[in-house]
Every structure is written in structure tokens, then in C-alpha cells.
Design a protein around this ligand. Structure first.
Ligand code: NAP
Length: 258
């Protein structure tokens, strides 16, 4: 994917990874349409990038906001959609209330699917186009304490794979990336403490953004970042019972932190 002169809709642009992606893409010559919920934070992010950066505020769990963002993206002449907005909810599934679980699925899975659906005819009519879905290691290695989030990210990975295969004869590339933990506000103090005790490394947002942009440039279908997370995610695909056993031994630690 040629990034110089690409026109990119980036959701979750006000977040930790979103801001790093915006800087990296902008430095690569792309022009950005930033999306987030908070108009003031969006304006601040857009001002820092300068140039022709535009922004649109929207809550992507609302149907009418998705339609408004899609319309703004067409007006912007978008040719790349990056589905980056996301939320986490750390806790034991049975103790989480249903609205919180629904919000996790709506934000991490339904919103990217719906925004993609709204923009697909437009993207298919471009000479070169791409959709980038920001998944997670947990999408291939579902983890106790993150059941709803893991379910949403596993669904997003399935969506990316199905869509990529359906668009194989079109100009639209579908890239799915699965980072391990990143040092952003997505992870609350309890998650940070858990990661510390488990020895799970949290990457810097700028480093992850560079890997994502490299994957987009190369048109890589699916990329998993970080070792040993990449190996465990693969192992979970071929021998899930081994991972069941390994994670059973970590359950008491997870329960202590929720
Ligand atoms: N941090 C990690 O450990 C990690 C690891 C792997 C993958 N990821 C993925 O990376 C992506 C970015 O996460 P992050 O770490 O940058 O998190 P973050 O700093 O918390 O940022 C989340 C972004 O999503 C936006 N957002 C949340 N709910 C929204 C909604 N209903 N409508 C519109 N926008 C909404 C937020 O906008 P507001 O300004 O409106 O709040 C914010 O811009 C997510 O998909 C996440 O799952 C993160």
C-alpha cells in the first residue's frame, strides 16, 4: 500500500495507540481524518499534526454516528480505514454486568464491522484501498479475566479473515494486526499490576505504530507482534488443551488482581 498521499480514516485517534499511529502515518505522507468521541481532544490532536488533518467526532456504538463518520470519510475521499477504537473491561465474566459486556462487543467488534460495511462500496471503487483492523493477542489467545474482550477480538480476527478472502479479487487489502500489551490508558492499574506479576511486557505505542504501518505498507494479511505471545497464540490454535493447562496455573494470580 502506497502511504504517500493516502487518505486515512483513523478511529480511536485520541487514544494512546491512535495518536502514535497518526504521527507515524502523517510522517509517511498520509493525510488523516481523525475520529473519536471528544471534540476538544480531537481538535487538539488535529492541531498537533497540522496540515490538512481533519477530524470528526462520533460515538461508534451509535448507528447514526457510524453513518455520519462514513459520510465524512467519503467527502474526505478516504482510501484507507483503520479500525482502531477499542475499550477493555478487566474482570471475571460472571461478575460483569451485561451492559458493560455489550459495550465491549459493540465497540471492539460491531463498530468496525458496521463502519467497514458502510464504507466498502466506496473503498472498492478506489484504485488502491485498505482496511486495517487492530486486534489483540487475546483474539488468538483468549485470557481469563478478559473473556468479553477476547471474544470481541477473536470475532474481529474472523471478520478480517473472511473479508480478506471475499475481497481477494478487489483492490481492497484487509490487514489484521494483533499487538500484545501496549502502554496506554486502555489498561487500568489492575491490568498493569497483573502484567507486571505475569511478566507480560507492555510495548511503547510508537513502536507498535511503526510495526502496524510497516504491515500496511507491505500489505501483510495478518501480523502478530511480540515474542513469546506470538508463539503461544499459534500454540492455542493447534493445541488449546496445552494452553488451558498453562493458564489454569495463572488463574489464582488473575483472580487476585480483578
Ligand atoms: N493497550 C493495549 O494493551 C492494547 C493491546 C492490544 C491491542 N490494543 C488495541 O489497540 C486499540 C487502541 O487502544 P489504545 O491502547 O490506544 O486505547 P486507548 O488509549 O484507551 O484509546 C482508545 C480509543 O478508542 C476510542 N473509543 C473508545 N470507545 C469509543 C466509542 N464508543 N466510539 C468512538 N471511539 C471510541 C477512544 O476515544 P475517546 O477519546 O472518545 O475516549 C480512544 O481514542 C484498541 O482497539 C485496543 O483494543 C490495545
Amino acid at each position: 500500500m502506497q502511504l504517500n498521499n493516502a487518505r486515512i480514516l483513523l478511529t480511536g485517534a485520541t487514544g494512546g495507540l491512535g495518536q502514535a499511529l497518526a504521527r507515524t502515518l502523517s510522517a509517511a505522507g498520509a493525510t488523516l481524518l481523525l475520529a473519536g468521541r471528544d471534540p476538544a481532544r480531537l481538535a487538539d490532536c488535529a492541531n498537533r499534526l497540522g496540515g490538512a488533518t481533519q477530524s470528526v467526532s462520533a460515538d461508534l456504538t451509535r448507528q447514526q454516528d457510524i453513518e455520519a463518520v462514513a459520510a465524512a470519510a467519503r467527502d474526505f475521499d478516504v482510501n484507507v480505514l483503520i479500525n482502531n477504537a477499542g475499550i477493555n473491561a478487566f474482570g471475571l465474566y460472571e461478575r460483569q454486568d451485561w451492559p458493560a459486556i455489550q459495550q465491549v462487543i459493540a465497540t471492539n467488534l460491531l463498530a468496525p464491522m458496521q463502519l467497514t460495511h458502510a464504507l466498502l462500496p466506496w473503498l472498492k471503487s478506489r484504485e488502491q484501498a485498505a482496511i486495517v483492523n487492530i486486534g489483540s493477542t487475546f483474539g488468538s489467545l483468549p485470557f481469563p479475566g478478559f473473556t468479553a474482550y477476547s471474544s470481541a477480538k477473536a470475532g474481529l480476527r474472523g471478520f478480517s479473515q473472511g473479508l480478506r478472502r471475499e475481497l481477494a479479487d478487489s483492490p481492497v487489502e484487509v490487514v489484521h494486526v494483533a499487538p500484545r500489551a501496549i502502554a496506554t490508558a486502555l489498561n487500568n492499574d489492575a491490568v498493569n499490576a497483573l502484567n507486571l506479576e505475569l511478566g507480560s511486557h507492555a510495548d511503547a505505542p510508537d513502536a507498535v505504530a511503526r510495526q502496524i504501518v510497516a504491515a500496511l505498507r507491505a500489505g501483510r494479511g495478518e501480523r502478530h507482534f511480540g515474542f513469546p505471545e506470538r508463539l503461544f497464540a499459534w500454540l492455542n490454535g493447534v493445541a488449546p488443551a496445552l494452553i488451558d493447562q498453562a493458564l489454569k496455573s495463572k488463574l489464582a494470580i488473575v483472580k487476585r488482581h480483578v
